[in-house]
Design a protein around this ligand. Structure first.
Ligand code: BTN
Length: 267
């Protein structure tokens, strides 16, 4: 299907009274970097920056996000937390759930969220989310959140560079195109920001969790830990029962599936 990303082709699939403002680029360094600049200058809530490719796509923990042209969705949404019904800490969870709903509607397989916010289909990472906060103007009391979403929609497996090819995959949706998927994500995100209760959002997030009830490992202050993830609380934190039976709450960072001795790298 014709697949040039454009405002016109996205808006066709949004409700008439949507509140999004779009900036679409053929190529950009990073939609998050650009959206951050706009947010500093006070761009409106729900400004969306989208690019067909990124030359400096950024992931969590200082990683690169592979962003080739023609096959992915790279978009950043500026959110004013005061204009939503959710606490700031759950905006990234909201993004993950919105992407899962959108992906579920275009493929038969079930997308699963690896805490915090990597989305997997058939055990391959197809989406990463990078949430960053930025002060509006010089006002220390007023910040915006930039929700950056990167999805491999139809990236052929043989073009992922190096080790990424073992971890990354693509959604490969049928009978749809990137404009429709973008519109679905934005529609779901808006529904969640406007009306979802925290409880319902976390229930849905837990239902889609790839790690809940599984053995996991993680590193904290240079020390490796193993345990079982037993719950996700209303702040989106992961509760882990460690091997010595104590419990710990992870607020950020990254976990791997499997024990510290034998962890499936990056999954
Ligand atoms: C991760 O997997 O660690 C998060 C990846 C986030 C990538 C998206 S692509 C759009 C936006 N712009 C960026 O530079 N990064 C995010």
């Amino acid at each position: 299907m014709a697949d040039i990303i454009s405002t016109k082709n996205i808006v066709k699939h949004l409700s008439k009274n949507h509140s999004y403002t779009f900036l679409v680029f053929e190529t950009i360094n990073s939609t998050n970097t650009f959206a951050k600049e706009l947010a500093k200058e006070g761009t409106p809530h729900l400004t969306v920056v989208i690019a067909d490719s990124q030359t400096d796509g950024r992931g969590r923990l200082g990683r690169e996000f592979f962003s080739p042209c023609g096959t992915g969705i790279y978009m950043s949404i500026v959110i004013d937390p005061q204009k939503t019904n959710l606490p700031i800490s759950l905006l990234t969870v909201a993004g993950g759930v919105a992407v899962c709903r959108a992906i579920s509607s275009v493929i038969d397989e079930r997308p699963m969220i690896k805490w915090v916010n990597d989305i997997f289909v058939n055990n391959k990472k197809v989406c990463g989310i990078l949430a960053e906060s930025v002060l509006k103007g010089d006002n220390p009391d007023s910040s915006s959140i930039i929700l950056g979403i990167g999805i491999n929609v139809s990236t052929p497996s043989d073009i992922f560079p190096g080790k990424l090819s073992e971890i990354a995959g693509s959604v490969f949706p049928k009978d749809t195109n990137r404009n429709i998927i973008i519109a679905k994500i934005l529609t779901e995100l808006n529904n969640i920001l406007e009306s979802s209760s925290t409880e319902n959002l976390i229930l849905e997030y837990k239902d889609n969790s790839l790690v809940l009830g599984k053995k996991i490992s993680f590193t904290q202050n240079g020390k490796a830990y193993s345990g079982t993830s037993i719950d996700i609380n209303l702040e989106g934190n992961l509760i882990v029962r460690l091997e010595d039976d104590s419990e710990t709450i992870l607020k950020s960072g990254e976990v791997s599936l499997g024990s510290a001795n034998f962890s499936k790298n990056d999954i």
